[in-house]
Design a protein around this ligand. Structure first.
Ligand code: MG
Length: 355
């Protein structure tokens, strides 16, 4: 394919002339009881947990902890997590740092089971403290709030520092408790301004604790930071607050069309290896840079260049959200990146890395 043939589809996309996100259908888009209306996917539901045994996640969930594998988790810097797996539970190790999922999520349904340490030690925020951070910055507080008084917006199931839970549905320390969280990520416009804030619903042990509350920004201690534009999907993290809080049966379901394409967040070293300039034989140049956390591919030919944010499907395969293209990086025997294949319009366009 010559550059001229490539121009049309990319140009239309760059000009925003091709819809890339399907709008949610309205009730009035369909006749009532239309037999041809697409039916929802069939899902095998979750089975309930007991104190002795975790239940099974629903069939379409992404399993974050199955009682054994730490593969879905890394430390915040991307290294192997230092939390331990003991008796089917994932236990926080004091001082080892937060852990985060390798996969990134936006709107989601998240199921968490946790147990505070027993016998309890400490008081207030010092007792059985951890936290579930949606997108790494919106905390649903985990705290032993059974007969443990603390500030209302910091007790179990609080949107930390913003919304106290509606009730205190805590079980005693040592017992397994559940959070079922529905999270709607914030939306930002092109100027980075928030157009709709994050929203949160939390059931604590099956009891409604947060009812579609609006977050005013990232949660924090002693401060309420304003929103700052961030990617549509980011990892979920769990807090190391120095207490050996345990977790089990962690699963998440991505909500919306975005969920069809998983995205992962790799460490800096993995991404930095890919940075460079790649040349396709017919004069097309693809420059990979990393202005912030995500990679950007600048696709250029004489007279025109177009930047696209890349999303990781694996450590070497990336996609753009705004058009149907794939960037696959190839390494040599020593593990150095030497080429990439740009797949667009059903055609593979190999590009060699410039030295
Ligand atoms: Mg906490």
């Amino acid at each position: 394919m010559k550059p001229s043939l490539l121009v049309a589809p990319l140009f239309l996309l760059a000009a925003g002339l091709v819809p890339t996100v399907q709008a949610a259908s309205s009730v009035f888009d369909w006749a009532q009881h239309d037999w041809t209306r697409p039916r929802p996917a069939v899902v095998q539901p979750a089975t309930p947990s007991t104190q002795d045994r975790p239940g099974k996640p629903p069939s379409d969930a992404v399993v974050l902890f199955d009682g054994a594998s730490l593969a879905p988790w890394v430390s915040l810097n991307g290294s192997a997590p230092k939390w331990i797996v003991k008796d089917g539970a994932l236990e926080c190790v004091k001082g080892s740092g937060y852990i985060r999922t390798l996969q990134a999520f936006g709107d989601c349904q998240l199921h968490v089971e946790w147990a505070a340490p027993t016998p309890p030690e400490g008081t207030s925020q010092g007792r059985g403290n951890s936290g579930v951070f949606l997108m790494g910055m919106y905390e649903v507080q985990v705290l032993d709030s059974h007969e443990n008084v603390t500030y209302a917006d910091g007790q179990a199931a609080a949107a930390y520092g913003q919304h106290p839970p509606l009730v205190n549905a805590s079980l005693p320390p040592g017992q397994w408790q559940t959070y079922d969280i529905l999270f709607t990520r914030p939306r930002f416009n092109d100027r980075g301004e928030v157009t709709s804030p994050a929203r949160l619903t939390v059931l604590h042990n099956g009891v409604l604790a947060q009812h579609n509350v609006e977050l005013v920004g990232p949660t924090g201690w002693l401060k309420r930071d304003p929103y700052r534009a961030h990617p549509d999907k980011l990892p979920i993290s769990l807090q190391d607050h120095g207490n050996p809080v345990r977790y089990r049966n962690l699963w998440v379901r991505e909500l919306g069309a975005d969920g069809k394409r998983p995205e992962f967040v790799y460490d800096n070293a993995t991404l930095n290896k890919l940075i460079g300039s790649y040349r396709v034989d017919d004069g097309l140049t693809i420059t990979i840079s990393r202005p912030e956390q995500l990679l950007v591919a600048n696709v250029a030919y004489p007279g025109r260049s177009m930047p696209f944010t890349l999303h990781a499907q694996s450590p070497t395969v990336f996609y753009a959200r705004t058009f149907d293209g794939l960037f696959t990086f190839r390494t040599n025997a020593e593990g150095a990146v030497e080429s990439l294949v740009f797949r667009i319009g059903g055609e593979d366009r190999p590009a060699r890395k410039n030295p």
